[in-house]
Write a protein that binds this ligand. Sequence first.
Ligand code: UGA
Length: 453
Amino acid sequence: MNIVVVGSGYVGLVTGVCFAELGLRVTCMDHDAAKIDRLIMGDIPIYEPGLQNLVLLNQKAGRLSFTTDAAACIGQADAVFIAVGTPTRKGDNHADLQYIFAAARDIAPHLRDYTVIVTKSTVPVGTGRRMASIIRDMNPAAAFDMVSNPEFLREGTAIRDFMRPDRVVVGAETPKAVAVMRRLYEPLTGQDVPLVVTTLETAEMAKYAANAFLAMKITFINQMADLCEVTQANVNDVAKIMGLDQRIGSKFLRAGPGYGGSCFPKDTRALAETARSLGVELGLVRQTMDYNDARKHTMVDRILAAFGGGVAGKTLAILGLTFKPGTDDMRDAASLVIVPALRAAGAHLKLYDPKGMEEAQSCLGDDAGQWCANALDTLSGADGAVLITEWDEFRALSPEAIVRMLRDPVFVDLRNVYDVPAMQAAGVAYTSLGRPVASLVCPSMTRAPAEVL
Ligand code: UGA
């Protein structure tokens, strides 16, 4: 089968490359000629583990090509996937659908034989039908069906998430469209991946519901961490105990500085606005958004408190800047709030991220601090350190190395990476999230849940 993927951003590129890897002939289309030129040369504009290799392999095998020309590829496609951005619209927090509707208009004149038009982008409920009417108005003779096939790809593990998904969702209106989608995903469903067939509206809603629920789950554990801090309970163990209950599940219960990235912040905003405009108030989603926004600022207060109430004139090592490990993406990263606030408080910063340096420099400004080459270089000679993103390179740091490198061993860990007793035994003045100081911990209590795992 031939497919075209419109939009060669994060989702489009991963989708196109993975379908090519599954044996389909894939054309990735984008208006951005410079991006397409780079991709043709095998130069991938984003960092995603494994992506570059798969692009090169599939280009070489003749299954993957890149173009800016809709006329040259849409007419031959059995299915056209739309994977363009749906950022937050300026001014009102709704999803901005201008790129989605522009893609529908680009495709419409070139449709020839029966084509399935599939929305991968996260779009508010009802958008699929609006796209269908745009296409029908522009090309009344076109034979096509609209399908909603939301993606559940996490940056950093997107290839694995595509190849081994928990489920494939197909929101469709005709058996013919469902049959095309079943054929496309047969290599995955043949390995027992469930494919859920539903309506357009349900598929569109399900994607927002899943993201909002995960955002809420993170917010819940962050709030539990706040409570643990004033009760001497340990949030890591609370999360383990909760997670062992199969009705809850262990994932997305890691306390942190507040979720970021290109999806949870914008999708919770869009879902809440869609609901409000339809007369439904999603209080849980709104509280999640508000708490998460505020949390990034309360992290700054926590850092200032760890340094005795202020950081003026101090040199701080900042470890990790991207919104999570495994990506160079800085969108809605906690560092975008924390770094400027620490500078405003008078700190001199030494900054480092294993993969996000270029992006971080363009978001935070070249003059945000001293840009360092690795973790040890960053720590060396600093008055203290703040870990914002839990890259593996930082997990490998020993408490002894931290004490050796820092002038004053104050360490604020916003991802609970290190062992509290080990840090304290090494003499680090260690602050993490929702975990009691070692002297107050009863060892048998902390060991029990870990042993169960
Ligand atoms: C998210 C969803 O996980 C994907 O299923 C979805 O397809 C994607 O959005 C999307 O809509 O395109 P992503 O934004 O790549 O994926 O990253 P996540 O792994 O979900 O992490 C989001 C944020 O939550 C990060 O800032 C991360 O550090 C934070 N997080 C995650 C926590 O603070 N605690 C956790 O336990 C898990």
